[in-house]
Design a protein around this ligand. Structure first.
Ligand code: G3P
Length: 218
């Protein structure tokens, strides 16, 4: 399962990339706006820090405008993946880009038939938003399971990119449900390492080692 950082914060990216577990990055207009910096500049800086798919989202609402933006974004770096909204124009643009061999990430997916349509137009990734579905007290993970079943039934190659992740349990359940990728905020990724027994166990090991009177190994 690939782990992407869902952020446009370069410091967060540096930390997660340093840990050696970051396979890519997803951004969206809200995450970019938070940085208060030029969109294309940030995307270019991200591309220098990670060798993996980097999702950059168009902001036009018509296919012609989306295509123009996609052409500019794709030129920034070979790792750029064009993020498109799950609308008729978004999927129309997706089909054109897929035909040109440009990778795409269809976003704002909230029901399985949307994911079916995205696969039919050749989306590289589909982004079902688990957290926002859970926020409405319905089962976001069921969407991952349904998409997995549909894609398996028909042999679609679109990769399921579980998004809108709120906590480590979403990551676990997405992995169990067969998502290909999870994209999570920094605050969630850093918690993936956590277990109190790990901390307690290490503390005991080191205390016992100190008791042994031996110095460092090197
Ligand atoms: O970036 C796409 C998605 O992960 C955003 O999720 O619900 O935390 O804004 P959310």
């Amino acid at each position: 399962m690939d782990i992407f950082l869902d952020s446009a914060d370069l410091k967060e990216l540096e930390q997660v990339a340093d840990w050696g577990i970051c396979d890519g990055v997803t951004t969206n207009p809200s995450l970019i706006a938070k940085q208060g910096q030029d969109f294309k500049e940030i995307v270019g800086q991200i591309a220098q820090k990670i060798d993996g798919p980097i999702s950059a989202e168009v902001v036009s609402e018509d296919a012609t405008g989306m295509l123009k933006e996609a052409e500019v974004l794709a030129e920034l770096h070979p790792n750029i993946v064009i993020k498109l909204p799950l609308t008729p124009d978004g999927l129309k643009c997706c089909k054109i880009l897929s035909g040109r061999g440009i990778r795409t990430n269809v976003t704002l997916c909230f029901q399985p038939l949307q994911a079916l349509l995205a696969a039919k137009v050749g989306a590289t990734f589909i982004s079902p938003f688990i957290g926002r579905i859970d926020d409405l007290s319905t089962d976001g993970m069921q969407l991952i399971r349904d998409i997995r079943q549909i894609y398996t039934n028909y042999g679609f190659k679109t990769r399921i990119l579980a998004a809108s992740i709120r906590h480590p349990k979403h990551v676990l359940e997405a992995a169990l449900a067969g998502a290909d990728v999870v994209t999570a905020p920094f605050a969630v990724i850093k918690r993936l390492y956590n277990h109190p027994l790990t901390d307690q166990g290490l503390e005991k090991f080191l205390a016992d080692w100190k008791q042994s009177g031996q110095s460092s190994i090197v």
